[in-house]
Design a binder for this molecule. Structure first.
Ligand code: HEC
Length: 140
């Protein structure tokens, strides 16, 4: 017996819907980030943004801004505001300075018990630094 493809599509949607539900923390479902051609950074968190112009992987700055823009939109904008413009309920990430890098990565990895979720199991540090690079790019 052959299964009509419309039925297969139905089953696929059903499974996906369930997965989204199971992963959801409240109403926030972390979105995986395709880090494209960015260099592999390994598991140990760096203490400085490697994609900043003149940094170790500064050549990837533009690429990181692009990756970070979609990563930010899919994971952070819901709380920290469109284009990193906070409405005041959460910290405005544009106010972080370069010396806050270690603080930034620690917060994103581990979250806090006051409403900042941990992204350790959903984003690798490539995606996190790309997001930081994007936020720096929209800083006034
Ligand atoms: C569910 C809402 C929510 C989401 C989603 C979220 N955050 Fe947060 N974030 C918060 C809240 C609330 C705080 C303040 C927490 C506190 O004071 O302990 C915070 C704090 C932070 C801080 C510390 C800022 C400071 O000035 O102290 C950083 C960095 C941060 N978030 C980055 C991110 C990034 C990057 C993402 C996306 C990958 C993200 N957050 C997604 C709610 C969120």
């Amino acid at each position: 017996m052959t299964v009509p493809s419309s039925l297969k599509a139905c089953v696929a949607v059903g499974l996906f819907g369930w997965a989204a539900l199971a992963m959801g923390h409240g109403n926030v479902t972390p979105q995986g980030v395709d880090t494209g051609n960015l260099p592999e950074l390994g598991a140990d968190p760096l203490s400085e943004n490697p994609f900043r112009a003149n940094s170790e992987h500064g050549d990837y700055h533009e690429e990181a801004v692009k990756v970070g823009e979609s990563g930010y939109a899919g994971n952070c904008a819901v709380c920290h505001g469109i284009q990193a413009q906070s409405g005041g309920l959460t910290p405005d990430l544009r106010e972080l300075e370069e010396w806050d890098d270690e603080y930034f990565i620690g917060r994103v990895m581990n979250g806090t018990d006051r409403g900042m979720p941990s992204f350790k199991s959903n984003l690798d540090q490539n995606a996190m630094w790309a997001i930081k690079t994007y936020v720096e790019s929209v800083k006034e």
